[in-house]
Design a protein around this ligand. Structure first.
Ligand code: JBE
Length: 226
C-alpha cells in the first residue's frame, strides 16, 4: 500500500518512524511519504490560508496549493481522505475498507478547514471521504491521520505479529473486548476470576462473552442497538 500525507507540519509525522514504520516488516508493506503543502505555493510568504467569504472568525485554506499538490499525487485508484469534525465517523469497518485499498492520500487541514471546492472538485473523479474521529474539535487533521493510519495499517496482513489478536479485540465482533488478566493471581487484594485459572475452555469462552456484553451495555449501549 502507498500512503501520501499532505500537511503544513511535516515534522508532525516524524513519530511514524518510531511507532508504526519502525519495523522492517512494516516498511516492506507500506510506503509512506509526507508532503509539505507550502511547497505548492508561489508567493514569497508561502501563504496557504485566507479570510472566509461571508465573514466569520478564523482562516480558510486556499484551494490552489491543494489543487497543485493533489493533482500531483492522486492516481486512478486513490482514495482521498480529509479529516474534519464535519465528516463521517471513523470506525473499524472503515479501517477494514481502507486496509484493502492500494493508495491512500490524506489532506490535513488546519485553521477552520479547507475551501469546500477542493473536496467538491476531487469528488468528480475520485472516492473522497471526509472523516471524523469523533464529536470534539482538534486543531487540525494531523492527529486524526495518525489514528486512522494506525487503525488501518495494523489490519494489513503481516503488519501485526499475531493475526488472532485482531479477531478477539474490541469492535471486531461489534462488542467491546472482555477484561484481561496476567500474573500475579492476587494483586492488592484483587483476585483473577476463578474461571480463568481452570482449563475449561468453553466456560472461559462463555465468561468472556458475558463480560463483553456487560461492558458494552454499560459503556456503549449504542453498539447493541443494531
Ligand atoms: O476528527 N477529525 O478528523 C478532526 C479534524 C479536524 C478537527 N477536528 C477533528 N475532530
Amino acid at each position: 500500500m502507498k500512503v501520501d500525507i499532505v500537511t503544513i507540519f511535516p515534522t508532525f509525522f516524524d513519530v511514524l518512524d518510531v511507532s508504526l514504520l519502525g519495523k522492517a516488516a512494516a516498511t516492506k508493506l507500506v510506503d509512506v511519504a509526507i508532503h509539505d503543502l507550502r511547497d505548492a505555493t508561489t508567493d514569497v510568504h508561502k501563504s496557504v490560508d485566507d479570510t472566509p467569504y461571508g465573514g466569520g472568525a478564523g482562516m480558510v485554506m486556499k484551494p490552489e496549493p491543494w489543487g497543485v499538490t493533489l493533482d500531483g499525487l492522486l492516481e486512478d485508484d486513490s482514495i482521498l481522505l480529509v479529516p474534519s469534525p464535519a465528516g463521517v465517523v471513523f470506525s473499524q469497518d472503515m479501517a477494514r475498507e481502507l486496509a484493502a485499498g492500494s493508495h491512500l492520500v490524506f489532506a490535513c487541514g488546519r485553521y477552520e478547514g479547507i475551501d469546500s471546492r477542493v473536496v467538491e472538485h476531487y469528488q468528480q473523479t475520485h472516492r473522497v471521504i471526509e472523516v471524523s474521529l469523533g464529536d470534539y474539535v482538534l486543531n487540525g487533521g494531523e492527529v486524526a491521520v495518525l489514528a486512522i493510519l494506525e487503525a488501518t495499517l495494523r489490519l494489513i496482513p503481516g503488519f501485526v505479529g499475531n493475526p488472532e489478536s485482531l479477531v478477539e479485540e474490541s469492535h471486531e465482533a461489534g462488542l467491546l473486548e472482555y477484561p484481561s488478566y496476567t500474573k500475579p493471581r492476587s494483586w492488592r487484594g484483587l483476585d483473577v476470576p476463578e474461571v480463568l485459572l481452570g482449563g475449561n475452555h468453553e466456560a472461559i469462552r462463555q465468561w468472556r462473552y458475558e463480560r463483553s456484553l456487560e461492558r458494552t451495555k454499560r459503556a456503549r449501549p449504542d453498539l447493541l442497538e443494531d
